[in-house]
Write a protein of this length. Structure first.
Length: 248
């Protein structure tokens, strides 16, 4: 039996352990400068490098980045192909540095739709960083929150059909154990750049009680000072998880 998660209530002055980021605004960043959208993705990868490097300094143990959603396939083909080429180049180039920094990488999402070359690069990075135990970097690639829940339910349904589990005994922890994020704590803080106020099909199950921080900044412009602002805002909040904080 998988144990139930028990969230911490109250105001956590030490800051979040798990930060998730919807890295939005790369295309608009480029368009504002009269550049091709792909240049915005290049600048966005520089922001990723910047935040990954500094996150451990703020006691962030888990960092989950939304890199490519299941809906992003609807974008123009040249942009999608260019983005994946950039991602593969980035992962190949950065893997030795990630190992040096002690960053353990895990990719979240459905891999069957990806090219063999992309899957090889992802597997290589995961294998090389497998023994790292500093920052846990989770990259959501070809990920969708609804898809995540559906694939988890299918696995549980198979267990029920096989007689391994009774439908009446299914608990939230059983579903969590089958999600792409299995074994990870739920995010404490979600940061969304570009000012949009929606989840965009990101970690729909996992964000149930996550604090949300929205900034109008476009992702390539996101700096350490902006991360500090998000963490400061988080520390001012009280996380009740549906309960009441006892002040006395």
């Amino acid at each position: 039996m998988v144990p139930e998660k028990r969230p911490r209530t109250g105001s956590d002055r030490s800051g979040p352990e798990h930060v998730a980021i919807i890295m939005d605004g790369n295309g608009r960043w480029a368009q504002k400068r009269g550049l091709p959208r792909l240049w915005g993705h290049k600048a966005g990868l520089e922001a990723v490098r910047r935040i990954v490097k500094i996150a451990p300094q703020y006691n962030i143990k888990y960092l989950t980045l939304y890199a490519f959603s299941t809906e992003n396939w609807r974008r123009p083909r040249p942009e999608v192909e260019g983005l994946f080429a950039l991602l593969q180049e980035y992962v190949n180039k950065e893997t030795p540095e990630l190992v040096r920094q002690g960053v353990k990488v895990r990719f979240l999402g459905e891999r069957s739709d990806l090219s063999n070359s992309a899957v090889r690069v992802m597997s290589y990075c995961e294998e090389q960083t497998a023994n790292c135990s500093g920052l846990y970097l989770n990259i959501a690639l070809n990920y969708g929150g609804r898809q995540d829940i559906v694939q988890a339910v299918r696995k549980i349904a198979s267990r029920v059909e096989a007689g391994e589990l009774k439908a009446a005994d299914i608990k939230a922890a059983d579903i969590e154990a089958e999600l792409f994020t299995h074994g990870l704590p739920d995010p404490d803080l979600l940061i969304r750049t570009s000012g949009e106020q929606r989840l965009s099909n990101f970690l729909l199950w996992q964000l149930a009680y996550t604090e949300i921080y929205v900034t109008p900044l476009l992702w390539p412009d996101f700096t350490e000072e902006d991360l500090q602002a998000a963490l400061s805002a988080y520390r001012q909040r009280e996380r009740r998880f549906g309960g009441i904080i006892n002040k006395g």
